[in-house]
Design a protein around this ligand. Structure first.
Ligand SMILES: Cc1cc2nc3c(=O)[nH]c(=O)nc-3n(C[C@H](O)[C@H](O)[C@H](O)COP(=O)(O)OP(=O)(O)OC[C@H]3O[C@@H](n4cnc5c(N)ncnc54)[C@H](O)[C@@H]3O)c2cc1C
Length: 405
C-alpha cells in the first residue's frame, strides 16, 4: 500500500480519485495540487446556467470544503506542479518546494487551443475553460451586444444559446461544412443549425478566420478568408482543446495526443497514473486508443486509477457518454461514432425528439439522442453488448430500442 499519493490537478478526475481512495479505505497521506485558486468545480455549467447567471458559484463546487477537511486531503490550491523528478519520486511546485510521492496521479485536464490569427490578443477576445474565463465573458455580455463565436463545436454552440438568452446578437463562424462535425452526423448537425437559426443565431459554415480587427486595443470585427467581415463587441474562441501533458512529456513519459495509459490508468512509469482529459487510453470495446473530453470519462478514469492505486486491479472499459444542453434540447451522445458505415434515425426532428443510431458492419457503436432519455438509457446496454439491431425496426420509433434486436 502506498503511503503518500499526490494528485496533480484539482478537477473532475482528481476529486473522483480522492473520493474513491478514501471511500475504499486509503489511510495514507493524500495531497491534491491545483493551479486554480478554487476547490474542484464543474465546468459544464460555465457555458450554460452559470454563464446565464442562473447558477451561483457555490453550486459549481463538486464537493464542499468540509469534504476535503473530513477526508484529510492536503489541498494546495493556486499552486502548479512544475516538474516531475521521477528518479527521486518528487514533484516540484511553482514556488520551488518539493513534494515526495509514492504514487502520482496526473489529472491535469486540457487547455483551449488558441487562434493563430492576427488580432487574437485584442481585449474582448476570450476562451472558455475556467470559472475566471466565464466571469470575464459574463461581465462583457449585454443585451444588444454583438458576440462572434469562432468554432461551431458543442462549447461554441452552448455559448451561442446562452448568449441569445442574454439578448445578444450572435454569429458563429465554423470553418467546416457543418457544425459539430467532429462528433455527430449530418442529420444532427443540420438539426442544430436550423434550431440556432430559428433562435436568431447567424451560423456561417465554410468560413475560416483570417484576422481580428480592433479599435484602441479592443476587438471590433472578425474577418474571414472568404471575405466576410463580422462586427464584434466580444469574441469567443472555441476551437477545441489540447491535453495538458507538458508535465508528462517533460518527465519522459510516453505521450501521443495525451498521456498514454494502460487499461489500469498507469502511464509508462509504474508509479505514475493519469486520468481525464489529459489521458489517452486503449478502449477494448472500440479496439483503439481514445482521448475523451467529458465529465463521464474523467469520473470513470479517476475512480479506476484510485482502485488500482489501492491495489484492486480494475480495468477501464466503459462505453463513454457525453451531453450538451442548448436551449431546451438535451443532446446525449453514447459511444463513439467514428468509423460508422450507416446512420439510422428514429423519431422526427420536427418533434424535437429523435435519435441517430450509428452502425458499423451491423453493430450499434454509438447513438446521439435529442430529448430522448429512453433511447439513451437502452443504447448504453446495447452498445456495451455489441448488439446488432434490425435496421428496419431501429428506424421505427414506435418500437422500443431494446426490442430492435
Ligand atoms: C465550458 C465547458 C463546458 C463543458 N460541458 C460539458 C458537458 O456538457 N458535458 C461533459 O461531459 N463535459 C463537458 N465539458 C468537459 C468537462 O468539463 C471536462 O471533460 C472535465 O472537466 C475533465 O476533467 P479533468 O479532471 O480531466 O480536467 P479538469 O476538470 O480541467 O481539471 C484539471 C485541473 O488541473 C489543473 N492543472 C493543470 N495542470 C496543472 C499543474 N501542472 N499543476 C496543478 N494543476 C494543474 C487545471 O487548471 C484544472 O483545474 C465542458 C467543458 C467546458 C470547459
Amino acid at each position: 500500500m502506498y503511503e503518500h499519493i499526490v494528485i496533480a490537478g484539482a478537477g473532475q478526475a482528481g476529486v473522483q480519485a480522492v473520493d474513491t481512495l478514501r471511500r475504499k479505505g486509503f489511510t495514507g497521506k493524500l495531497s491534491m495540487v491545483g493551479d486554480e485558486p478554487w476547490l474542484p468545480y464543474q465546468r459544464p455549467p460555465l457555458s450554460k446556467k452559470y454563464l446565464a447567471g442562473a447558477l451561483e458559484r457555490e453550486r459549481l463546487m463538486i464537493r464542499p470544503a468540509q469534504f476535503f477537511a473530513e477526508h484529510q486531503v492536503d489541498t494546495q490550491l493556486g499552486r502548479r506542479v512544475s516538474e516531475i523528478l521521477r528518479r527521486e519520486q518528487r514533484v516540484r511546485l511553482d514556488d520551488n518546494t518539493l513534494l515526495a510521492y509514492d504514487a502520482l496521479l496526473l489529472a491535469t485536464g486540457s487547455r483551449p487551443r488558441s487562434l493563430a490569427a492576427p488580432g487574437a490578443e485584442l481585449a474582448g477576445v476570450h476562451v472558455l475553460r475556467t470559472l475566471a474565463d466565464a466571469d470575464r465573458i459574463r461581465a462583457e455580455c449585454a443585451p444588444g451586444g454583438r458576440m462572434v463565436i469562432i468554432g461551431g463545436g458543442y462549447i461554441g454552440l452552448e455559448v451561442a444559446a446562452t448568449a441569445r438568452g442574454l439578448g445578444m446578437e450572435v454569429t458563429v463562424l465554423e470553418m467546416a461544412e457543418r457544425v459539430m462535425s467532429r462528433v455527430t452526423c449530418l442529420e444532427v448537425s443540420r438539426f442544430y443549425e436550423a434550431e440556432h437559426a430559428r433562435q436568431g443565431v447567424r451560423i456561417r459554415c465554410n468560413e475560416t478566420v483570417r484576422a481580428l480587427h480592433g479599435d484602441s486595443g479592443r476587438v471590433r470585427a472578425v474577418l474571414t478568408e472568404e471575405g466576410g467581415e463580422h462586427p464584434a463587441d466580444i469574441v469567443i474562441v472555441a476551437v477545441g482543446v489540447a491535453p495538458r501533458d507538458e508535465l508528462a512529456t517533460g518527465a519522459g513519459l510516453e505521450c501521443d495526443n495525451g498521456i498514454r495509459i494502460d487499461q489500469h490508468c498507469r502511464t509508462s512509469d509504474a508509479a505514475i497514473y493519469a486520468a481525464g482529459d489529459c489521458a489517452n487510453h486503449f478502449s477494448p470495446h472500440y479496439r483503439r486508443r481514445l482521448r475523451l473530453e467529458s465529465v463521464d470519462n474523467a469520473f470513470e478514469q479517476g475512480a479506476t486509477a484510485a482502485l488500482n492505486l489501492l491495489g484492486i486491479p480494475t480495468a477501464h472499459d466503459k462505453v463513454p457518454w457525453f451531453w450538451s444542453d442548448q436551449y431546451d434540447l438535451k443532446l446525449v451522445i453514447v459511444g463513439v461514432c467514428q468509423g460508422h458505415d450507416t446512420v439510422v434515425t428514429r423519431g422526427a426532428a420536427a418533434a424535437r425528439s429523435f435519435s441517430a443510431c450509428y452502425l458499423r458492419g451491423g453493430e450499434l457503436i454509438a447513438i446521439d439522442t435529442v430529448n430522448q432519455p429512453k433511447d439513451q438509457m437502452a443504447a448504453r446496454k446495447l452498445i456495451a453488448a455489441h448488439a446488432r439491431p434490425d435496421p428496419d425496426k431501429l428506424a421505427d420509433a414506435a418500437i422500443a430500442l431494446r426490442d430492435t434486436l
